[in-house]
Design a protein around this ligand. Structure first.
Ligand SMILES: Cc1cc2nc3c(=O)[nH]c(=O)nc-3n(C[C@H](O)[C@H](O)[C@H](O)COP(=O)(O)OP(=O)(O)OC[C@H]3O[C@@H](n4cnc5c(N)ncnc54)[C@H](O)[C@@H]3O)c2cc1C
Length: 429
């Protein structure tokens, strides 16, 4: 056994909290520094993939995530003139595969409570601005200039606006022109979102999404996450023109949303999201490593960011336990994560203009080809592998069974499997 490491983690988001829990499981001494006075989730809901669920299973939290969330079996998207672009089901890849739409508050609560249960110190109100090495140890510096340490390792899980990432670390840092607004809607009768991630499109400049996400930690009413794509400058226009005009536009594209739109009373009910392609040359230097969005922010088109962050956190903890030298472990970590992360960064970058851009040709190509491609067995399988988070290259994929046997691609262990997961419903739309 490698001796227990003293580790500082920047950020109590998905990647930071999960990282702390895995490291504690491995016998290390992590502590978290969070800039907010009270740790809290930001945003609405997200889709956990089999990869993310396998990672959560290593903390014993996958069943709780499934109970809080909504199991998602099908992805369905069509254009205004009923041209079906996506109609795919996880079960067409493997009968036991599914995603879980989950409220960010629920995912946060699960991980935060686990961190508290494991007695991980969480220092709140500390905005970390820098770091330095001295006598073979790493220190962190807060915004008032005070330093903390020494640490055997510092993990930056501070999200896309990481303050420890320096110019020299970066290969690409390019904001996406399009962004989004997203919010949470009550769906008490589950009339809308059960089992589905649904999207509607008009060329590539309009995209609306609804994802069932189950319940919030403090409220039993089933909910959906609503997503509306915004062009460059679109957020300012949206604020200026007011909600009523916008709600009419939304329901013009998707009439069934009309009863839900009344729940948005003010622009504050929706969160504005912008994203960038951040590609780093490598994710580590001397006793410092970047994980989650701090390491690889990208567009949420493929719904993988949080899942990749969970995988980073889990794999880092495993590799640290295999090496006596921290820097050697970081080198091995970089190598172990490379293919998985690069595939999703490149795929998100390639795919996003077909769904969020002014490019009419991209919209046309999508409308005339994606529906047909979805029906070709080889392409469909590759699409489902991509969605499930398991791709590691154009022709390669991994098996989340190596992380937890319940999510094995071919022979899942059924220990403790809730019975409702054995029945994967596929409905017509
Ligand atoms: C619209 C949208 C939809 C998405 N949908 C999905 C989806 O369906 N599935 C999916 O897997 N992913 C999705 N994502 C991506 C996902 O939200 C992110 O990848 C994930 O939340 C990143 O987690 P993180 O822990 O790395 O960073 P964050 O969640 O950003 O957490 C960073 C934490 O660090 C703290 N922090 C930041 N700077 C400092 C500092 N200097 N000092 C101290 N603390 C600091 C922050 O306060 C925060 O608590 C989506 C993203 C968007 C924008």
């Amino acid at each position: 056994m490698v001796s227990a490491l003293k580790i500082a983690i920047i950020g109590s988001g998905t990647a930071g909290l999960a990282s702390a829990a895995y490291l504690r499981q491995e016998g290390h001494n992590p502590e978290i520094y969070e800039r907010f006075d009270e740790p809290k989730p930001l945003g609405a809901g997200l889709l956990l993939q089999p990869t993310g669920l396998a990672c959560l299973a290593r903390l014993g939290l996958d069943h709780k995530a499934i109970e809080y969330g909504a199991t998602i079996h099908n992805i369905y998207g069509k254009t205004l003139n009923n041209n079906v672009i996506f109609d795919i089901s996880y079960s067409d890849l493997k009968p036991h595969y599914f995603g879980v739409g989950i409220h960010r508050g629920s995912l946060f609560t699960l991980l935060y409570e686990e961190a508290l249960r494991l007695n991980i110190p969480i220092h709140t109100g500390y905005e970390i601005k820098g770091t330095f090495c001295q006598n073979d140890k790493r220190y962190i510096i807060d915004k008032s200039g005070k330093s903390y340490g020494p640490y055997d390792l510092v993990i930056d899980a501070g999200g896309m606006r990481s303050s420890l990432r320096r110019h020299g670390h970066i290969r690409l840092d390019k904001p996406y022109p399009y962004g989004a607004i997203w919010g949470v809607l009550d769906d008490p009768d589950q009339a809308f979102g059960k089992d589905y991630l649904q999207q509607r499109y008009d060329s590539a400049h309009i995209m609306v999404g609804m994802l069932a996400i189950g319940r919030a930690p403090d409220c039993p009413t089933p909910k959906c996450t609503f997503f509306w794509s915004l062009p460059p400058g679109g957020y300012e226009d949206w604020i200026e023109h007011g909600l009523d005009h916008w709600k009419e536009t939304v329901t013009g594209y998707w009439p069934e949303l009309a009863p839900f739109m009344d729940q948005f009373k003010s622009t504050d009910d929706l969160t504005h999201a912008q994203y960038s392609d951040i590609i780093m040359k490598r994710w580590h230097e001397d006793k410092l490593v970047f994980i989650g969005d701090a390491a690889h922010n990208t567009s949420p088109q493929l719904g993988q960011g949080a899942n990749l962050g969970l995988a980073d956190a889990f794999i880092l903890s495993q590799i640290l336990s295999q090496y006596h030298d921290v820097n050697q472990a970081l080198y091995a970590y970089n190598k172990a994560r490379k293919n998985h992360i690069y595939f999703y960064q490149i795929a998100s970058r390639w795919l996003t203009p077909f769904f969020q851009s002014h490019n009419k040709l991209a919209g046309f190509i999508r409308d005339t080809s994606f529906g047909k491609l979805c029906k070709m067995p080889y392409i469909k399988t590759e699409m489902l592998r991509t969605l499930s988070g398991i791709k590691t290259g154009l022709f390669t994929h991994m098996n989340p069974g190596q992380w937890h046997p319940r999510y094995d691609l071919d022979s899942p262990s059924t220990d403790n499997q809730p019975s409702y997961l054995t029945n994967n419903p596929k409905k017509g739309k």
